[in-house]
Design a binder for this molecule. Structure first.
Ligand code: TXA
Ligand code: MG
Length: 312
C-alpha cells in the first residue's frame, strides 16, 4: 500500500459499510474494542493477514487474536470444551480471550495462528466492534493497533500516530473504556497466559478453581516478550518520591504530573494508563510511576508497567 492518510470513519451505518468494504478488499481497518483499538483484517485472507504483520513490524511467529460475534462463531473455529463454555457464558462479550485447539476446516489464514494448532479467540463487547463483526460476517484477526513493542492505543489518535500511511482506515469511537488488553486463558489447561481486563479473581470464582500460572516466558504466548508496551523514554516503577526532572505518574492522592486515579480506583486507573504513557512519552523525561496495588486490575497494570520498564 502506498502511504496515504488514514480514512477516518465514524461508527455509524455509513462508516461501518466503508469499513466492511475495506476489509473485503483485504485492507486493514483499526477499530475500537472495550480494551484497546484493534488492527483488523479478514482472518480468512492470507494477504490481508500478512499486511497486519508488515504494518506493525510484528514477528511472524507471534499469533493474532481472532474476533468473533458470539459463541456459535467461536465454535466454528475452536474445539470447544466445558471450561470455555463456562467462561464465555460468564464474560462474553467482553475482555476475555480463550486459547483452544483449532478445528479442522476452520478456513482461517494459517498465518493468524503463527503455525500453532491452537487459536486465541474472543467476542468483544464494544458496540462499534460488534456492529463491524455482524456486518462483515467473517472472523476478524486483530492485534492491538500499535507498532510492535510500543504502547497500545486506547484512542484513534494513538493509532494514527503509530500507523499512519500503513493502514486504510480507523473507525473512531473515542477512548476505549477498559484501557488494558483482554485477559488470555488457555482454556484446555486453565493457565493464565496474560492478565488483562477480566480479573483473574473473577475467572477463578466462575471456574470454582484456581488457574495455573505460566511457567516460562517462551512460546505458549510468544507475544509475551519481556520488553513490550514500551515508551521511548525510560521508566522507573514503585516510586514513592520522584527524582528532580522526572515526570511522576501517580495513583491515589498525591502531588504528581498525571494521576491515574486520585481516589485510588483501579478501574479508573486502568482506563487512563496507556493514554498517560502516550502523553508523558512526548515530554521526553523519565517516567517515575507510583506503586500500584497488586490486586484485581492492578495485576494487569503492573504486568504492562514491568514490560514497559524492562531493558530493551
Ligand atoms: O484486548 C485485546 O486482546 C486486544 C484487542 C484488539 O482485542 N488485542 C491484543 O492483541 O491485545 P495482541 O496481538 O496485541 O496480543 C495477542 C496476544 C499475544 O501475546 C499473542 O502471543 C497471544 O495473544 N496469542 C495469540 N494466539 C495465541 C495462541 N494460539 N496461543 C497463545 N497465545 C496466543
Ligand atoms: Mg499488543
Amino acid at each position: 500500500m502506498t502511504p496515504k492518510d488514514i480514512d477516518d470513519l465514524r461508527p455509524d451505518p455509513a462508516g461501518i459499510d466503508k469499513a466492511v468494504a475495506y476489509l473485503r478488499a483485504g485492507d486493514l481497518v483499526a477499530f475500537p474494542t472495550e480494551t484497546v483499538y484493534g488492527l483488523g483484517a479478514d482472518a480468512t485472507n492470507d494477504d490481508a493477514v500478512a499486511t497486519i504483520f508488515s504494518a506493525k513490524g510484528r514477528p511472524s511467529f507471534n499469533p493474532l487474536i481472532v474476533h468473533v460475534a458470539n459463541i456459535d462463531a467461536a465454535r466454528a473455529l475452536a474445539k470447544w470444551n466445558d471450561a470455555a463454555d463456562t467462561l464465555a457464558q460468564a464474560f462474553w462479550p467482553g475482555p476475555l480471550t480463550l486459547v483452544l485447539p483449532l478445528v479442522p476446516g476452520h478456513g482461517l489464514s494459517p498465518q493468524v495462528t503463527g503455525g500453532l494448532d491452537t487459536i486465541a479467540i474472543r467476542a468483544p463487547a464494544h458496540p462499534a466492534a460488534r456492529s463491524l463483526l455482524s456486518a462483515f460476517k467473517l472472523p476478524i484477526a486483530a492485534p492491538s493497533a500499535n507498532p510492535s513493542g510500543r504502547i497500545s492505543p486506547t484512542q484513534a489518535d494513538h493509532v494514527k500516530e503509530g500507523l499512519n500511511g500503513k493502514i486504510a482506515a480507523v473507525l473512531d469511537d473515542g477512548p476505549c473504556p477498559v484501557g488494558l488488553e483482554s485477559t488470555i486463558i488457555d482454556a484446555v489447561n486453565l493457565t493464565l497466559l496474560r492478565p488483562g481486563g477480566v480479573n483473574v479473581e473473577q475467572i477463578e470464582a466462575v471456574l470454582g478453581r484456581p488457574t495455573a500460572q505460566r511457567q516460562t516466558q517462551d512460546i505458549t504466548a510468544p507475544g509475551q516478550l519481556a520488553s513490550h508496551y514500551a515508551p521511548n523514554v525510560k521508566m522507573r516503577l514503585n516510586v514513592e518520591t520522584p527524582n528532580p526532572g522526572e515526570a511522576f505518574l501517580g495513583f491515589g492522592l498525591m502531588d504528581c504530573d498525571i494521576n491515574l486515579s486520585a481516589k485510588g480506583d483501579l478501574t479508573e486507573a486502568a482506563s487512563q494508563l496507556f493514554e498517560a504513557l502516550h502523553l508523558l512519552d512526548k515530554e521526553g523525561r523519565t517516567i517515575a510511576v507510583a506503586p500500584i496495588p497488586e490486586v484485581g486490575l492492578g495485576i494487569a497494570m503492573n504486568d504492562r508497567l514491568r514490560r514497559a520498564a524492562a531493558p530493551r
